[in-house]
Design a protein around this ligand. Structure first.
Ligand SMILES: Cc1ncc(COP(=O)(O)O)c(C=O)c1O
Length: 356
């Protein structure tokens, strides 16, 4: 048995969730007749204070539906340099919507006016029209950081006053809400569209949702069909999502406490560098002193001691992610394994392979 800290996407449905899935009422969602999907879409639209929602397969699909909804071929979107849409969605904006991506260096994956000022292109035949601004909350590669509400409102006002549409990649929106004590509705308010994942911290086997105005969601539904993602008896996964909204949101606080505990435990390990104060949600990024070995080698050494986590870009960076399938004891065991790896040495270990 491994301690799984690679991602919250590795969670397995609980027995109670499986029971709800087994009893789900279903219909053909392609024609709007799956009652469980309809209930989920209505619930999420209400939770986020928007008119409508479209259930779909994945966070990537939600985000790409949003890009297609807001942009036309030849347009450009702005995003922080580490953003998922720019780096981890297989070139989706270019491939699916003909949209180019401009990455802007921000602060732990977050953008503020100071980063955005001067990034808009003036109307000119030479330039792609800048159409859309995408933010991420909580950030992933940015370090699991969250936005203060005032910053979201400030950036939202800036985007609107410059004629931009605004999309939020809220794959871990409920983590952000939990960390800041804001409501999902408050976090969603500045945005035209918001994507939320059920298959991460909420522990569902699959599913994501895009939320926004009725007009935008009609267009997003067309994108879902165009991208081959229209669904049939999707009440089966949707039932798990409804269950997770009721039972798996409040417990995200445990994941955040466990992430903080892990960071605190490893902060005293010689050769490991971690900013404990920067751990806001369920993601812990840390660096290994490269003279002791690479992040990839350290991940392999940990695997051999029963702990799984991802190398996270660069030669020295790793990521640990807490979730509902790892408890306090697991986190303490993982930290002890990391201490043992550093003490024993791992440079040149066999089988080291790439990561996230
Ligand atoms: C911030 C963020 N957005 C989007 C996604 C994409 O989700 P999926 O893997 O379901 O496509 C992820 C996945 O890790 C993510 O971390």
């Amino acid at each position: 048995m491994h301690i799984e800290l690679r991602s919250d996407t590795f969670t397995k449905p609980t027995p109670a969730m499986r029971e709800v899935i087994a009893g789900a009422e279903v219909g053909d969602d392609m024609v709007g007749e799956d009652p469980t999907v309809n209930a989920l879409e209505a619930r999420m639209a209400e939770l986020l204070g928007k008119e409508a929602a479209v259930f779909n397969c994945s966070g990537t699909q939600s985000n790409q539906m949003a890009v297609w909804t807001h942009c036309r071929s030849g347009d450009e979107l702005l995003i922080e340099a580490t953003g998922h849409i720019a780096n981890y969605e297989a070139g989706g904006p270019a491939a699916l919507s003909g949209v180019s991506v401009r990455r802007i260096a921000g602060d732990f994956g977050r953008l503020d006016i100071e980063h955005l000022e001067g990034q808009l292109r003036r109307p000119d035949l030479h330039f792609p029209p800048t159409r859309l601004l995408c933010l991420e909350n909580s950030t992933n590669l940015g370090g699991g950081r969250t936005y203060p509400l005032a910053q979201l409102q400030r950036v939202g006002d800036w985007a609107r006053s410059n004629g931009l549409k605004l999309h939020l990649d809220g794959a871990r929106l409920f983590n952000a809400a939990m960390a800041r004590g804001d409501s999902p509705k408050q976090l969603a308010e500045p945005f035209d569209t918001v994507s939320v994942c059920f298959s991460k911290g909420l522990g569902c086997p699959m599913g994501s949702i895009l939320i926004g105005s009725s007009e935008d969601m009609a267009r997003a539904r067309r994108a879902r069909k165009l991208f081959g993602g229209a669904l049939r008896q999707a009440g089966i996964p949707a039932a798990a999502c409804l269950y997770a909204i009721e039972h798996h949101i409040r417990r995200l606080a445990d994941d955040h406490a466990n992430a903080k505990l892990f960071a605190t435990e490893i902060s005293s390990i010689p050769g490991i560098r971690v900013d404990v104060a920067a751990v806001e949600t369920n993601l812990v990024f840390f660096e290994v002193d490269p003279t002791r070995g690479t992040a990839v080698e350290l991940a392999e050494a940990l695997r051999q001691r029963g702990v799984l986590l991802y190398p996270a870009g660069g030669v020295d960076r790793l990521r640990a992610c807490t979730h509902l399938d790892v408890d306090r004891e697991g986190v303490l065991t993982a930290a002890a394994a990391l201490r043992a790896c550093l003490a024993a040495g791992f440079k040149g270990i066999a089988n080291a392979r790439g990561g996230y």
